[in-house]
Write a protein that binds this ligand. Structure first.
Ligand code: NOJ
Ligand code: CA
Length: 510
């Protein structure tokens, strides 16, 4: 692949606990992932991004990292991780891992040392310890300060098991430089930066949001970029959630991150005007910076797209998750097929969260006592949270565990997933899996990095062409629309009606 592989890459997100279980304990692992690498190569993705694979008590699904230089034992070993990187590379698949710089696990050596060393110690300066708690709230609900036995309080923007680092301490900067080198030296091609905008805190301004987008956070990423430039072709992808495109864009300046997730597109309702606006804004933000946009429909924090697009309100809002809100899954399925063709046709990179290619719906009926997301207890058991999009994948067979492994999966799989296994869909030309595979194959030659030209169309239709001559049309209106002149239909998300594109359907023409 060329030096700029990442500019137009299709990146598959692996949530390791739920991808494939190699040793029968019901938890996904590296052995399972390695055994399924041929599936990913066959699917046709250019890269995988793995959510955290480090030793972790799993208070927040691995985003509570106890050791940034090792592998979670239930997932495997460092040696296996190295083998995985090598095997992925042999198949032409780049490897992106997740680094969590805002907070560690409370079980990390540094935090344990800080607890033992006591108030005023240098070890406590690596975190935010105070004699009095502040009034910030945790993003997962409840207060953001927790008291330790000697009376001091420490800050955690997320769960209490996730103490925040003090990024005014040079030791913290040094530590993360070492961690980045550790993984770049092992061949990792890219790093997804967790909660990238909240590292630096302003306690004094009285702002309840005084941790978001403080100016000094950019110095952190400038330092990281300089480090990455010492290696060949390594990239950063920022998890940066902002409604404000101008602030978002600052993270993509040429001496900062290479790309960032486009959550504006993810949060958009299934509505032509809203999507067109989001796409136009995205292009306008990225083009002057020379940074490729990314197109994201879902991830491990968000309700599955099939379910979302079947609801009355199809937008997404982290603050109002709408867990359990009824959905017309047939409608959502049809729309998510069209959305997949839209996302894959747009200029830049595209992210595919595991299971999207199988059209999995959100699992809304996980019993409360099996739920693992800290949002559930921290919301006083009012917000079920993110487990419903993290259910282990169905690979094959007619009943759970559907070839995920041999043991009982860590979250229960719905019986109805017998129709959605990768095995069942591989045989079916009309399946979501076949749609993704075909689209990704076409995308390799004709789409990815570049720009688009809008075509004149009815307001409820999105229509644009790409440099290769491929035209993408998506009909979000209630009536079928006539196809523009073309030579061939390369791919459609659903059956066409003669020369007409039905509602909630997308087509690629040449
Ligand atoms: C964003 C991650 O995607 C999410 O899963 C996690 O809970 C928070 N950051 C905290 O690390
Ligand atoms: Ca396992």
């Amino acid at each position: 692949m060329p030096e700029t592989w990442w500019r137009g890459a299709a990146i598959y997100q692996v949530y390791p606990r739920s991808f494939a279980d190699g040793n029968g304990d019901g938890i996904g692992d590296l052995a399972g992932l390695r055994s399924r690498l041929p599936y990913l190569a066959d699917l046709g993705v250019n890269a995988v991004w793995l959510t955290p694979w480090y030793p972790s008590p799993m208070a927040d699904g691995g985003y509570d990292v106890a050791d940034y230089r090792d592998i979670e034992p239930t997932f495997g070993t460092l040696e296996e991780a190295e083998k995985f990187i090598a095997e992925a590379h042999e198949l032409g698949i780049k490897v992106i891992i997740d680094v969590v710089p805002n907070h560690s696990s409370d079980r990390s050596a540094w935090f344990q040392e800080a607890l033992a060393a006591g108030p005023g110690s240098a070890a406590r300066q690596r975190f935010w310890f105070r004699d009095e708690p502040g009034d910030w709230k945790s993003i997962f609900g409840g207060p953001a300060w927790t008291q330790v036995p000697d009376g001091q309080w420490y800050l955690h923007l997320f769960a209490p098991e996730q103490p925040d680092f003090n990024w005014t301490n040079p030791e913290v900067h040094q530590e993360f430089h070492d961690v980045l080198r550790f993984w770049f030296d092992r061949g990792v091609d890219g790093i997804r930066i967790d909660s990238a905008a909240v590292l630096v805190k302003d306690f004094d301004g009285g702002d309840p949001d005084g941790y978001t987008d403080q100016p000094e956070v950019h110095d952190v990423y400038r330092g990281w970029r300089r480090l990455a430039e010492e290696y060949d072709d390594r990239i950063f992808i920022g998890e940066v959630w902002f409604p404000d495109q101008e602030r978002f864009a600052r993270y993509l300046r040429p001496d900062e991150m290479h790309t960032a997730f486009n959550f504006d597109f993810l949060a958009c309702p299934w509505d032509a005007a809203a999507l067109r606006h989001s796409i136009q804004e995205t292009m306008a933000t990225h083009i002057p910076l020379g940074a490729p946009p990314t197109w994201v429909l879902s991830n491990h924090d968000v309700a599955r797209v099939v379910t979302r697009y079947g609801r009355e309100d199809t937008s997404w809002d982290h603050g109002a998750r709408r867990d359990g809100v009824p959905s017309d899954l047939e409608l959502g399925y049809r729309r998510s097929r069209a959305a997949a063709l839209l996302a894959m046709a747009l200029p830049g990179g595209v992210y595919i969260y595991q299971g999207e290619e199988l059209g999995l719906p959100e699992v809304d009926d996980i019993p409360g006592d099996l739920r693992q997301d800290p949002m559930w207890p921290r919301s006083g058991y009012t917000i079920p949270g993110r487990d419903g999009c993290r259910v282990p994948l169905p690979w094959s067979g007619g009943e759970p565990p559907f070839g995920f492994g041999t043991g009982e999966p860590w979250l229960p799989q719905p019986e109805a997933w017998n129709k959605l296994t990768a095995e069942a869909q591989a045989q079916d030309l009309g399946s979501m899996l076949t749609l993704y595979k075909t689209a990704l194959a076409i995308r390799r030659d004709r789409l990815g990095d570049g720009t688009l030209t809008w075509l004149g169309s009815a307001p409820e239709v999105l229509a644009f062409t790409r440099e290769s001559g491929l035209t993408c049309l998506v009909n979000l209106g209630s009536e079928p629309v006539r196809l523009p002149p073309h030579e061939t239909v390369l791919l459609a998300s659903g059956p066409l009606e003669g020369e007409e594109l039905p509602t909630d359907t997308a087509v690629w023409l040449a």
